[in-house]
Every structure is written in structure tokens, then in C-alpha cells.
Design a binder for this molecule. Structure first.
Ligand code: PRX
Length: 645
């Protein structure tokens, strides 16, 4: 089968699908011609305290203003909890938790989850947390993470989750930027049999975070941790005596729900701000359509709640839809590399959503570990986070799904709140490696470097021409940066930072970032962040970081480092720098290659020519292109000769 070959819609899926090809076309048509009517029809998928009368009010020009359902009022936690209980589903399982240790798991019903959320919400109110206050969550993949998110939503506090793999420095800068007054963490996390010292990291971070007045510590491993009198509180001691009911705050649709920091091409990570009404509608809409989700199905997204995928597709989307959502604390390779499939069988998972990097890693071990498990419960498979290469797609399809399960390759971003481009299982034929077609209400387009629209089968910069309800509203505390980052490159259009190709069938193929953002094992990172970590080392004069192709991780981190005069390169120093970056940012930023660079290729005006550095890192040194504008073209030859790897 050619890479471009269509894999037809499965008749047995289409026969029962929520959305067929005809229905999809009708939805897309209405969303395009009558957005207000279309979204008025969809907004009932969440619970409103006051129904909106105004639907869409968005403008991508000038100051950029994005409002959806702006006079509506709601509380996200009510949509995820109370109304399911009110409709008699309180005893249904909301969260299936599977521990890192295969012997530990738990089930939490909607009624139990509601009670725990209310208790924490009451406790937070007692600590003085109010509507619009920011709360940082630094937790492992335990049920308390979902409880903490929903408890914030309950009282109108804005959560900012920091991935448990981030360093104390990364945690501190995120807390400082949004001036969080409360931190919710745990004694330790667990991953692949190892422990992650969350409270120790938090204590280190809090040395430079005067805004944090209280810390709530969940007990996970039970290890003794330092507790500071007056500031640190044991979760259980604080919550257990609280009432299991808590009046939800009335939130305007455009009140913030959460902030999530993500990397861009320049500067520090930005606080992507999502609001309540539009985000919740988008989370529910996309979760139901893309996964063809049916009540009673067991749904598993393997992401961490520290990333946007965990926000929208472990917590808000599935819970809004009343699903049983599986939360997994572990890793795919521990205790052995059949772990995913063992969990699928154990909990009879119907819908499974993971990242290409995990698939590629498992592929390396062959079919054996997969075939040892039945996987007969699986119905739909999903992929997210980076382009999936056709080989990995086909392996996922043939080996994991036994050619029975459609694959939804979902393209989206932290900024988009939820999925924008993806097949719908019963409506869109698939092509291995293509995210296929936009969802109803999503209008992608391709533009050239000057912003001119490109028609037909071609490649270019991926933009979205009009707003959708789940779109981010601003960068927390810095609206000009929002406008500058997303709407200034191509005025009037949302620029994704991605490149894409559209084929003759109108299918979309995401080719990867066209800016200085790299995607390492599905984790998004700004090369500028790694560079600033490197130059903070006392022996480093200058650093330039680029992505390089990496068989498992998609992209690896390639660093060119210029040392201060008098410093000698050595293997020991290389190791020291690797450890340094891990400490500064976190293990996800571990450099894959460090090349000593006596000089970097710069233009006469001093700008580093990254295009050349990317080519050298990718070992494409016979196509370096024009180097005549360089201040000193000889540095290129030196770098090519001493390429690492
Ligand atoms: O480059 C695209 C890639 O991941 C970027 C967004 O990263 P982040 O905000 O961390 O969100 C990841 C989870 C949604 C995008 O700009 N990306 C994400 N999904 C895909 C993808 N690239 C290709 N295909 C995908 N399915």
C-alpha cells in the first residue's frame, strides 16, 4: 500500500457511528455558514447556570479579542460531576486509576469524586483561596490531580499545572509568573519503579516564590517529608472533616479556567490561558466526536495531566461526557514492555490514545509483547503530540489494533484547547501519517512566507482563519505577547507555528514546527530555553540549540556550545553540561548531542544562521545552501568536520 493510500472507513464502525460522512459534511457546512446556530446547537452538551444568548464574538485583527458564549454562566465542575449524579450516574466509575506498581489500582465513582472535590474545595476556601486566585498543581498521576483541578474549578480558582518532571527552577518561574498563592503537591511521585522527590523539589522552588502562602501535600509513597509549620498542610488532615457538598462558584463563560505554560520560539514559557465556557464545549465536542465515545465505554489517554492532553482528554472532556477515564501513573516499558496491553486487558479499555514516541519505542521490541495480550476490547486507537510516521502508524494499526480499529491521528496544540484536525472514525477514510481533515468549525489554510493563501495540493505555513470555542484567549498577564506570537506573522490569521502539506484529496499532513520550537518525544520545548540554561553555566560563552532527527523521540536536542576563553572541552565537561541542563529545566530537556563550537555561523549583523546548524545536526551537510552572507564562512567547515554522532 502506498503511503498516501486510503484506508476505508470500516463498515461496522460507520454503521453505528455517532457521526457519518454525510453528517460530518452537514455539520461542517452549518458551522461555516451559521456558526452561531451551529454552536447554539452544541452548547447544550455542558451544564449552564445561565444559558448564553450571545454565541460568537471574535476578532483576529487589531488587539485580537476572542469571546464565546460571553453572557453564559456555568461551573466546569458541575458539568463534570453534579449533573451526572443528578441523572442517576453517581455510582458509575469516573476514574480508573492504575498505579505504577501493577498491583495497585483503584476506582472512583462520580459520587465519590464529587465528594472529594467538594471537600478540597471547602478546605481551599478556608485557606482563603478565592475566585480568580491562581493555584499551582505539581502532582504525579494520582487521582488527587483530577480532584485538585476540579476543586479549583469549583471555587473559581485558576489552576496552573506544572508537569512533575520539571525542575525546581522551572516550577519556580511558573509559580512566579502567575503569582500562585497555593501549591498542591505530593510527598513523591512514582514512575517506572523510581521515585520522584516532588516535595523536596517544591521546597527548593518555594525559596523564591513569596506569593505562595499555603502548600497542600498529598500522601502518595508515604515517605517522610519536611513540613513547614503554618505553610504546609497534609491533604487528609485538611480535607477529611470537610463537608462533602460545596456550593459551586458561578463563573462567566469567559472567566479563566486554567493557565498552562508552554514553550515558544523566544523567551520564557508563556502562560496559555483558557476560559470556561468555550473550552468545556470544545473538550466535550471533540472527545465525543473524535473518539466516537459511547456511554459505558472505558477510555484511556496515556498522557500526563501536566500537559494539555491530560487536561482536555483525561479530565475535562471525558468527565464532561460522563466517561470512565483511566489514569495511569506508570510508563509503557515497566515492569515490561507489554504494560500498556496488560492494562488494556485488565480494564477492558475500548478507546486508547497515546503518542507516536511510545509506539516507536514499543515497535522496536517487536510484536511479541503486544500479542501476549488479547486487546479484544479495543475499538478506537488515537495518536497525538507529533507527526506519526507511516511505519509507526501501520504497526499501530496492524499489530496493536489487528486491523480492526480505526486510528485517529489528532493534530492540535496547547493553544487550541482541543483537537482541530483529525479523522472521525465513522466519517473519514484514513491515510497512514495524515491527520486527515479538520473538525466541523475548524478552518485551516496554508500561506506562503508573505502570507499569501496557497490553493490546491501544496505545502506551506499552517494557519487557522477563524476562531473555534476552545481557542486560548490570551497569554496570562501579557496580551501583547499573545497578539505578537500568534497574529502578527500573518495579520488576521492564527499562526500555528507548524508547517503542513495538503494533498490532492484535501488531506492535511503536518510536517512539523517551522519556528524554533522542537518536539522531543512529544514534549514541546523552545530551543531558546535550552540555550539559556547552557549559557547560565559559568564555563559557557555561547550556545545554539537545534532539533535533530531521532529515531525514537522524533526529534533530539543538538547543542552547539562555545566555551569561555581558557576553558578546555572534555568528556567530563560534556557530562557536566548534560546534567546541568537536566537540573535547570528537567530530564525532558536532556541534550542528546553536544558539539564544541569554537565559532557559530553568524550573519554580519550577528544573527545565528540556524538553518545551517539544523542541516549539520541532521547530517545533511551536502545541502547547506548559501553561506556567502556569513561573517566568517570558515566556521561552517569546522562544524561539519567535528559533527557529533
Ligand atoms: O508541532 C505540532 C505537534 O505538537 C505541537 C503542539 O505541542 P503541544 O502544545 O505540547 O501540544 C501537544 C498535544 C496536543 C504542534 O504545534 N503535534 C501535536 N499533535 C500532532 C503534532 N504534529 C503532527 N501530528 C499530530 N497529530
Amino acid at each position: 500500500m502506498p503511503d498516501d493510500g486510503l484506508i476505508a472507513i470500516k463498515p461496522e464502525i460507520a454503521a453505528k457511528a455517532l457521526v457519518t460522512a454525510e453528517r460530518r459534511a452537514a455539520m461542517a457546512e452549518q458551522a461555516a455558514t451559521d456558526p452561531d446556530g451551529f454552536w447554539r446547537g452544541e452548547m447544550g452538551r455542558i451544564a449552564w447556570m445561565r444559558e448564553p444568548t450571545k454565541i460568537k464574538n471574535t476578532d483576529f485583527t487589531g488587539d485580537v479579542s476572542i469571546k464565546w458564549f460571553e453572557d453564559g454562566e456555568l461551573n466546569a465542575s458541575v458539568s463534570c460531576l453534579d449533573r451526572h449524579i443528578a441523572s442517576g450516574r453517581g455510582d458509575q466509575v469516573a476514574i480508573i486509576w492504575e498505579g505504577d506498581d501493577p498491583a495497585s489500582d483503584s476506582k472512583t465513582t462520580y459520587a465519590q469524586l464529587h465528594a472529594r472535590v467538594c471537600q478540597l474545595a471547602n478546605a481551599m476556601r478556608k485557606l482563603g483561596v478565592k475566585k480568580r486566585d491562581r493555584v499551582c498543581i505539581y502532582l504525579p498521576m494520582i487521582v488527587e490531580a483530577a480532584v485538585a483541578m476540579l476543586a479549583c474549578a469549583r471555587i473559581g480558582a485558576v489552576h496552573s499545572i506544572v508537569f512533575g518532571g520539571f525542575s525546581p527552577d522551572s516550577l519556580a518561574s511558573r509559580i512566579q509568573d502567575s503569582e500562585c498563592s497555593l501549591l498542591i503537591t505530593a510527598d513523591e511521585g512514582r514512575r517506572g519503579g523510581r521515585k520522584v522527590p516532588l516535595k523536596v523539589n517544591a521546597d527548593e522552588a518555594l525559596k523564591s516564590c513569596p506569593s505562595v502562602r499555603n502548600v497542600i501535600v498529598a500522601r502518595n509513597t508515604g515517605t517522610a517529608v519536611a513540613m513547614r509549620e503554618g505553610r504546609d498542610h497534609e491533604w487528609a488532615a485538611l480535607c477529611d472533616a470537610e463537608p462533602t457538598q460545596c456550593e459551586p462558584e458561578r463563573m462567566n463563560a469567559e472567566d479563566p479556567l486554567f493557565i498552562l505554560y508552554t514553550s515558544g520560539s523566544t523567551g520564557k514559557p508563556k502562560g496559555v490561558l483558557h476560559t470556561t465556557g468555550g473550552y468545556m464545549v470544545w473538550a466535550s465536542f471533540t472527545h465525543e466526536l473524535v473518539f466516537d465515545y459511547r456511554p459505558g465505554e472505558i477510555y484511556w489517554c496515556t498522557a500526563d495531566v501536566g500537559w494539555v492532553t491530560g487536561h482536555t482528554y483525561i479530565v475535562y472532556g471525558p468527565l464532561a461526557n460522563g466517561a470512565a477515564t483511566l489514569m495511569f501513573e506508570g510508563v509503557p516499558s515497566w515492569p515490561d514492555n507489554g504494560r500498556f496491553w496488560q492494562v488494556v486487558d485488565k480494564h477492558q479499555v475500548n478507546i486508547f490514545y497515546t503518542a507516536p514516541t511510545a509506539i516507536r519505542a514499543l515497535m522496536r521490541d517487536g510484536e511479541g509483547p503486544v500479542k501476549k495480550h488479547k486487546r479484544t476490547s479495543l475499538r478506537i486507537l488515537g495518536s497525538v503530540g507529533e507527526p506519526i510516521n507511516p511505519e509507526a502508524w501501520l504497526w499501530y494499526y496492524r499489530v496493536v489494533g489487528d486491523e480492526r480499529c480505526p486510528i485517529v491521528d489528532t493534530w492540535w496544540q496547547t493553544e487550541t484547547g482541543g483537537i482541530l484536525i483529525s479523522p472521525l472514525p465513522g466519517a473519514v477514510a484514513q491515510k497512514p501519517g495524515s491527520a486527515t481533515l479538520p473538525l466541523p468549525g475548524v478552518t485551516p489554510a496554508l500561506v506562503d512566507g508573505e502570507g499569501k493563501f496557497l490553493e490546491g495540493a501544496t505545502e506551506g505555513n499552517l494557519v487557522i482563519t477563524d476562531s473555534w470555542p476552545g481557542q486560548m484567549r490570551t497569554v496570562y498577564g501579557d496580551h501583547p505577547r499573545f497578539v505578537q506570537t500568534y497574529f502578527s506573522t500573518f495579520p488576521g490569521l492564527y499562526f500555528t507555528g507548524d508547517g503542513a502539506r495538503r494533498d490532492a484529496d484535501g488531506y492535511w499532513w503536518i510536517t512539523g514546527r517551522v519556528d524554533d520550537v522542537i518536539n522531543v518525544a512529544g514534549h514541546r520545548m523552545g530551543t531558546a530555553e535550552v540555550e539559556s540554561a547552557l549559557v547560565a553555566h559559568p564555563k559557557v560563552a555561547e550556545a545554539a540549540v537545534v532539533g535533530m532527527p531521532h529515531e525514537l523521540k522524533g526529534q533530539g536536542i543538538y547543542c552547539y556550545v562555545t566555551l569561555n576563553a581558557g576553558e578546555e572541552p572534555s568528556d567530563a565537561l560534556r557530562k557536566e553540561l548534560v546534567a546541568w541542563v537536566r537540573k535547570e529545566i528537567g530530564p525532558i530537556a536532556t541534550p542528546d548531542a553536544i558539539q564544541w563550537a569554537p565559532g557559530l555561523p553568524k550573519t554580519r549583523s550577528g544573527k545565528i544562521m540556524r538553518r545551517i546548524l539544523r542541516k549539520i545536526a541532521a547530517n545533511e551537510t551536502d545541502s547547506l545552501g548559501d553561506t556567502s552572507t556569513l561573517a566568517d564562512p570558515t566556521v561552517v567547515q569546522e562544524l561539519v568536520e567535528n559533527r557529533v554522532g
